[in-house]
Design a protein around this ligand. Structure first.
Ligand code: SAM
Ligand code: SF4
Length: 554
């Protein structure tokens, strides 16, 4: 296991130039290829949820509810996750946030990422506020690419949109990046109606003498950013404004996975790009996956599904299990955003229902250690639910025993004992119901096979001392798959039948402890529940010699 090193970037001269190219390693690409043939070689890691700005379109004034520190990824965990992805073929990692520069271990993270064989590029997206203080160290640590977000060229407007001062510092940060040899420096500008649309041409002018790549981002509305949906300026409108000033504004060739459509004013040093996440999504060529600051893997920015790699790592899952987990998540990636619908103001435009709110608010599913560390058996190679193919399995004798307990009150106990329940003989009918349901398990539990059963026995026994009915089911088959679901369905249904027959007396009946006691036969081996099974009670007839005092409803 490689241990990340601390502070080595301070002494390292190796990365003083940008864009170093380590030796590529071979990968099968299988893990990171989804069902639509998209190969994900680009990982974005959010290092923090914190930020030193409060951009109106991104964060509420009071900030966002932060995940507690122990739940965030440590430096070592970031590196471990990165290493896993690089081993599977990721060759570009972008550090983002929140604001990545607020994280103190940022140089360490960059340095250790750069030690991973096969990783070609480490990039960062920042608001640029502290670049003048940090960029030299970050470059020394190995940072290859820097993108700076800046939405206005007017200092007062900057203060309005970010709710903080700092425009001068960001501009100086961009200039420093250029001086340090970052070429181009990408400048991200979110375009908003009635805020900075009139600055579009000024931003293009910025590319005249500087090697900057100004990328106009279509504003993405989302619940909570307090900006109206109609703040969006679609790419085609931006293009129109620029072409009015520069009729020879020309498109450039884009690489297959580019999210930005590149353009240029002929003769200008820098160039322009459009990130059209709203008007023309780029799902078809999406090659990126994301890790949130608390270690969740998100295969789509707009999808809700997350799996916690942090929890898997902290549960000591092996690298193979982690890789299997990543692969399963990638295979579940949808063809395009889950939630898109037509905007009311532009019928040809689709927009995302939830957009960015989930970046900060949504909680992932909780997975148990067992779920991380075992491969999914009831999904096919496309990640969809599927029955297990038992065709190749050998036939063996399989037996499963399950139990359920029904807690009654003393009145019902008495009535059952005396066979005075109006609906009939509770225990006998419960037993018959259990047997019938076992035979119908495959029509109740979706992924169960329809198995010819050789024997089903269900016993319902009244325990007068505790006012309970104890149900035991035993199911046997000679076949290719187990019968524990049949036994569990039998016990559950018998318990439900007791409830149904007695509910007119009291609704306070509780069905509890439905469990598998044992199973035998089959490849996965025998199983015995840890608690002692009173198998000797299995065939004993209920006694009818006790009279319990009436103590009211349960
Ligand atoms: N704090 C860093 C920064 O601002 O560059 C990195 C994180 S920030 C979330 C990444 C990018 O998302 C920034 O370029 C920002 O402008 C963009 N962004 C945030 N909210 C947006 C929105 N509602 N619509 C479009 N872009 C947005
Ligand atoms: Fe902070 Fe970046 Fe969001 Fe602005 S866009 S509030 S700088 S995280």
């Amino acid at each position: 296991m490689h241990k990340p090193v601390r502070n080595a970037w301070k002494f390292c001269r190796r990365h003083l130039s940008v864009g170093t190219q380590p030796k590529p390693v071979l990968s099968t690409k299988e893990t990171l290829t989804d069902l639509f043939g998209r190969y994900h070689n680009y990982l974005r890691i959010s290092l923090t949820e914190r930020c030193n700005l409060r951009c109106q379109y991104c964060m509420p004034e009071e900030g966002v509810k932060l995940t507690e520190k122990p739940h965030l990824l440590t430096t070592d965990e970031v590196i471990k996750i990165a290493r896993l992805f690089v081993k599977e073929g990721v060759d570009k990692i972008r550090l983002t946030g929140g604001e990545p520069t607020v994280r103190k271990d940022l140089p360490d993270i960059i340095y250790n990422l750069k030690q991973i064989e096969g990783l070609k590029t480490v990039a960062m997206t920042t608001n640029g506020l502290v670049l003048t203080k940090q960029l030299v160290a970050l470059q020394k640590a190995g940072l290859d690419i820097v993108n700076v977000s800046l939405d206005t060229l007017v200092a007062e407007k900057y203060e309005k949109i970010t709710r903080r001062k700092g425009w001068n510092r960001v501009m100086m940060g961009i200039d420093l990046a250029l001086q340090l040899g970052y070429n181009p420096v990408k400048v991200n500008c979110v375009v908003m109606k009635d805020f900075n649309e009139n600055e579009i041409v000024d931003f293009v002018r910025l590319t005249k003498d500087r090697s900057v790549d100004v990328r106009f981002i279509e504003y993405m509305p989302f619940t909570g950013n307090k900006w109206e949906v109609n703040k969006l300026i679609p790419y085609k409108s931006m293009l129109g404004m620029i072409q009015a000033e520069w009729p020879d504004f020309q498109p450039l060739k884009n690489a297959p996975n580019d999210t930005s459509k590149a353009w240029k004013v002929p003769g200008y040093k820098g160039q322009v790009g459009f990130i059209t996440s709203m008007s023309e999504h780029f799902c078809g060529t999406c090659n990126r996956v994301r890790i949130t600051a608390d270690g969740n893997l998100k295969v789509c920015l707009f999808g809700n599904t997350e799996i916690s790699l942090r929890d898997a790592i902290r549960s000591k899952c092996s690298d193979d299990d982690l890789t299997a987990l990543i692969s399963a998540a990638v295979k579940r990636k949808k063809k395009q955003h889950a939630e898109t619908r037509k905007t009311p103001f532009m019928p040809n435009l689709t927009y995302h229902n939830s957009i960015l709110s989930h970046l900060y608010s949504q909680k992932p599913f909780q997975y148990t250690q067992r779920m991380y560390c075992t491969k999914l058996t009831h999904t096919d190679d496309q990640g969809k639910v599927a029955m297990v193919d038992t065709g190749e399995k050998p036939e063996t004798t399989r037996i499963a025993v399950a139990t359920a307990t029904v807690q009654l009150n003393s009145e019902i106990t008495l009535l059952i004992r005396e066979n005075l329940i109006k609906k009939g003989d509770v225990l006998t009918i419960a037993e018959i119901a259990g047997i019938m349901s076992a035979k119908n398990t495959s029509s109740i539990v979706p992924l169960c096979h329809n198995i010819p059963l050789s024997h089903v026995q269900v016993k319902a026994k009244l325990k007068e001392e505790t006012c309970e009915v104890h149900i035991t089911s035993s199911v046997r088959c000679d076949g290719k798959t187990g019968v524990e679901m049949e036994a569990l369905v039998a016990a559950s249904t018998a318990a439900l039948t007791v409830y149904d027959m007695c509910k007119a007396v009291s609704k306070g009946i509780v069905i509890k402890e439905v469990k598998l006691l044992s199973k035998s036969g089959g490849k996965s081996g025998d199983y015995h529940a840890p608690e002692e099974i009173h198998v000797r009670d299995f065939n004993r007839k209920p006694t009818r010699n006790q009279w319990l005092p009436f103590v009211g409803p349960v």
